[in-house]
Design a protein. Sequence first.
Length: 377
Amino acid sequence: MAVMKKMLFVRWAGRSWAGALAGLLALLTTAGAPATDKPLALLPATPSFTPTLFTIKQVRDERPGRPAVAWLLPAVPSAATPLVPRPLELQGGTEAALRQFVARTLPAHPARYGVTMRVRECRVQESAGAAGQAAGQVSIHLAFDWVNPEGRAITLTEYRGGARYLRPLASRAVVEPTLRQALLGGLAYFNTWLTRAATHDVRLATAVHPTFRYHTAQTEADTVFYDPARPLAWSDFTGQPRPKGRYAASVFPSFAYQGRPRVVNGVVELEMILKVFVVRSSSWVDPGQQTAEHLNHEQRHFDIVRLVAERFRRKATPDSLTVEDYNSILQLQYLKSFTEMNHIQEQYDAETHGNPVAQERWNRRIDEELRQYGIKK
């Protein structure tokens, strides 16, 4: 009985025996090699939350060296295929795959915060488990950044998480869902963090809204707070008279402010309490000099401070204050106003000393400005 055998016939056309043999060996080697692993296709996740405050505008792969995401054990180990993890990349490349994952999981929408998600670590590492299983460890490290209205990039928070799994060597079905849920866990964490932080974290504010009120309650024994309905009286001058000099009386007025910030719906609501005051123990009058004219002169010193405080208040507008530097901006404005106050006080004394006509001119000027600001009717 004749037996037919299939033979591999190779035609060499103008090639040497050595070249033909090399080609044949390459063909046989390729035919016996294991098939190349397909990239891991990362699918979108179904979140249990709806982000209302943020949208992910950018995804950046910042993993050192940008290695393959997954290191998986071979499905069919053999003597020719050692049981060691082999690299497996995400389909389309890590950054593109993660960007697509985020875009399809959390579609872009108008939101208060446009966030950049930086991927510091994204890795699936397998090792040999018991009874022909692969033990997988998923590690995730994400950072979430936001550029505030002043253009400063702020790292809001970071997330470290992961997951573990066991799988049969022959099936990799669990790998992608585990990675997907680990990534979704990072997004869910950020959503929860932002929802809580937006109520109090000043870094998340997009504007500053100052409001002002004047402290008028007479709450301190040695201090008289400015109140249009409560002018100075000679009983407020409790200091010891100075040695004979140019003046028959002297008053010690000044002003200060206190800020109470709180974040409400992404805005720094800054309550400013202004205190215009006279220190009683630093104010004095010579015996026998408690005249109406002298008291009016000292009251005008007090009025000048109130007017300077009002100018300071009107300079501190939302447009002049930034979220990052509102405190230092207010301090600078205050120092300028304080210098202005001292300058006006010196000018007032220099022009009115012993000059009733100049005093009446200052009286009219001060009253007009008090009425302009609604301080005096």
